[in-house]
Design a protein around this ligand. Sequence first.
Ligand SMILES: Cc1cc2nc3c(=O)[nH]c(=O)nc-3n(C[C@H](O)[C@H](O)[C@H](O)COP(=O)(O)OP(=O)(O)OC[C@H]3O[C@@H](n4cnc5c(N)ncnc54)[C@H](O)[C@@H]3O)c2cc1C
Length: 380
Amino acid sequence: MAREIFTAEHEAFRDMVRSFISKEIAPHHEQWEKDGVVSREVWLAAGRQGLLGIDMPEEYGGGGDPDYRYYVVLNEELAKSGMHGPGFGVHNDINGGYLRQLCTPEQKARWLPGYCSGELITGIAMTEPAAGSDLQGIKTTATRDGDAYVLNGSKTFISNGILADLVIVVAKTDPSAGSKGVSLLMVERGMDGFERGRNLDKIGMHAQDTAELFFDNVRVPKENLLGEEGMGFIYLMQNLARERLSIGATAQAAAEAAFEQTLEYCKTREAFGRPIGRFQHNRFTLAEMKTELTVTRAFTDACIAKESRGELSVDEAAMLKYWNTELCKKVVDRCLQLHGGYGYMTEYPIAKAYQDVRVQTIFGGTTEIMKEIIGRGLGV
Ligand SMILES: Cc1cc2nc3c(=O)[nH]c(=O)nc-3n(C[C@H](O)[C@H](O)[C@H](O)COP(=O)(O)OP(=O)(O)OC[C@H]3O[C@@H](n4cnc5c(N)ncnc54)[C@H](O)[C@@H]3O)c2cc1C
């Protein structure tokens, strides 16, 4: 079915993204998987191509177009390519929201040009070793001392953690005030006491760096406070909806790509004298997946359209993330089964997809937390 949410401009942008992926990402991705991290050059190339900060003001080098659908196209094409190395989604869809809404003019002038050019890679650090789903349980503190905050604590599982030059760190500025005592601080590469730990060894997404971060009496100038002190939790709640939509929309695209590859495989791989797709069980499996993906596509595109109009609710984003990531996991698993032994070989895209998509039901808030949000919205 033709998708009604995109215009000719979006499709032209899609063509450009595809050619960027084949030119700037595909030739290097295998090496990046071995390295556990992409090159800084691909970030600069993305900046030159206008793929970073599409929604940022033009005066800072951004695209000046707040239309969220361009980010959807970028994420979809990366998901379809199976090359998850560049953490553009974290930088664009997630961190961009905080920077666009909360930076003062002085902060914008300081950070946005590098953000848009790819020279300044960003990360966001919420999760700690002992607090992920339960964000209010974070232990990192930022104590005001003269003209700075003194930051102490540690974070883990941080995407872009090795490459990031600028990290939005969630910290307690008033530990006695519960959710009202949480603030966002911008921590910059090179600040004394800011150290990175290991590049964590994951079961998938091998080309994307995920790291621990440590803060030992880091003096963060008060000019690096993002938004207002004590408002951090509210900012997180406002921005997590888009993060979840991005993950959900990416999951849908990844699942569709896995399905298309598998359909082709089922038409060409033969057993007992016929293509394996001709066995009724397999045909039914394909039919079920096609139906589930088509139905889910309708809700996904409705949510994308709503977000483009600024109307997507927290509950809808949670439903989309829950449903799409769980569906993606199930679709990729069934597709792998249809590939037989070849599905277990990492040279086959489906094997990689199996490893890569597993995290989607976990990061950005787990499926269980999504159900909590949806359930609370029902008043139960
Ligand atoms: C590859 C990767 C990249 C990531 N990138 C980032 C990043 O850039 N920045 C960042 O801040 N974080 C990041 N994360 C962290 C991610 O958001 C957390 O892992 C996630 O929120 C879950 O937190 P946790 O790991 O502490 O699990 P826990 O919160 O300990 O949960 C463990 C299990 O208990 C369940 N559970 C917890 N609470 C409840 C409840 N109330 N009801 C029912 N079940 C519950 C969970 O659903 C889960 O199944 C990343 C994680 C990964 C794996």
